[in-house]
Design a protein around this ligand. Structure first.
Ligand code: 3HC
Length: 312
């Protein structure tokens, strides 16, 4: 009876657009769904540093190198905001990281593709960060306060990332024949995986109904994917880039760009661990975790010593 009353109050708060804060009562399913989603999001930011980090030493000039270094560092910061937001729900960071390293927790499918050329750095900024912004602008309005505030900060920085990416794309698109070829080839490889970032179609998305009910998601996977396509096609046209989809066409009646069928077999293969780079990404994360062990231990020992000194 008590819980039913609390649940009714919780739902009224959501209906009134109130933000739910860590110490507020919340249904167990709401807490669990948020932990799953926020920790996966955090893992994506951290694993997402790997494909781009791979190009820091090979950036074509100092300006590009500085921007890429700052971007990769920002992604680490996003991971930290998100792990902290998840911790407010009563999970500790170590267990979340263990779930990532053991393969129990997911991270975004997109980071299981290789970065083969410098053009990929531009295309990731434009398409991957662009898709993340569409998704996370919605999440900045989600019902859980710490998650929505983390996304607000993340989106501000992702906007900068997208601009640096599009600037690289525009530069290469206006460059030599070889540069144009390189950028188009990169777009051809990243277009479909970028559309997959939004998750399965609404009818195949097991979590959407619950997340929408709790106002964590405000728009569906398909609606956000469509918004991304509508925003991106004119940007591609502006730099004479094409997308590898013969079915892409504008529908005058709906005002939307229609697109072809996504290869969902590929999506499920990648999220089950069989994408082109899954194994390399996890091995690199495990190595980084082991290499950083002494830093964590030293920081913990320092914090402990400081506490003892403070108490005396
Ligand atoms: N990659 C990996 N797994 C995915 C996925 C993707 N692109 N899309 C969906 N999935 C998984 C879900 O996690 C879920 O698995 P689980 O139940 O075992 O956890 C399953 O596929 C079914 O999908 P659902 O649609 O039911 O899942 P959700 O309702 O949670 O929606 C989501 C999926 C849209 C990714 C949503 O979780 C979300 O918005 N997450 C937060 C944002 C996020 O994680 N973004 C990562 C993008 S990368 C990034 O931000 C880094 C930046 O630097 C670019």
């Amino acid at each position: 009876m008590e819980d039913e009353k609390k649940l009714a109050e919780f739902q009224t708060r959501l209906k009134n657009g109130e933000s739910i804060e860590p110490k507020d009562w919340m249904p167990e399913r709401y807490r669990k769904q948020l932990v799953r989603m926020i920790s996966q999001h955090a893992h994506s930011e951290i694993v997402g540093m790997l494909p781009e980090g791979n190009w820091i030493t090979r950036a074509p000039n100092l300006r590009r190198k500085m921007a890429l270094l700052a971007k990769v560092q920002d992604e680490a910061g996003h991971g930290l905001y998100l792990y902290s937001a998840a911790e407010t729900l009563g999970v500790d960071r170590e267990s979340m990281i263990n779930d990532l390293l053991s393969g129990k927790a997911k991270y975004s499918s997109i980071f299981n593709y290789p970065t083969l050329t410098w053009a990929d750095i531009g295309v990731i900024g434009w398409l991957v960060d662009g898709a993340a912004i569409v998704n996370q602008t919605m999440l900045a309005k989600s019902s859980y306060g710490p998650y929505s505030r983390a996304n607000l900060r993340i989106c501000r920085e992702e906007n900068f990332h997208k601009k640096q990416g599009y600037e690289i794309v525009a530069t290469l698109a206006n460059g030599t024949d070889a540069q144009r070829k390189m950028i188009q080839e990169s777009v051809n490889r990243w277009w479909w995986p970028s559309l997959m970032m939004f998750g399965p179609t609404d009818k195949d998305s097991p979590n959407s109904a619950e997340l929408t009910k709790w106002k964590v998601k405000i728009h569906s996977n398909d609606d956000l994917r469509q918004r991304f396509v509508d925003l991106t096609v004119p940007q591609a046209k502006a730099v004479n880039i094409t997308f590898p989809d013969p079915d892409l066409k504008f529908n005058e009646e709906t005002g939307h760009w229609e697109f072809g069928e996504i290869d969902w077999n590929e999506f499920y293969r990648v999220i089950k661990g069989y994408g082109p780079m899954n194994r390399e990404r996890m091995n690199a994360r495990k190595k980084a975790h082991e290499d950083g062990r002494w830093v964590r231990e030293a920081a913990e020992a320092y914090a402990k010593k400081k506490k003892v000194l403070h108490e005396n």
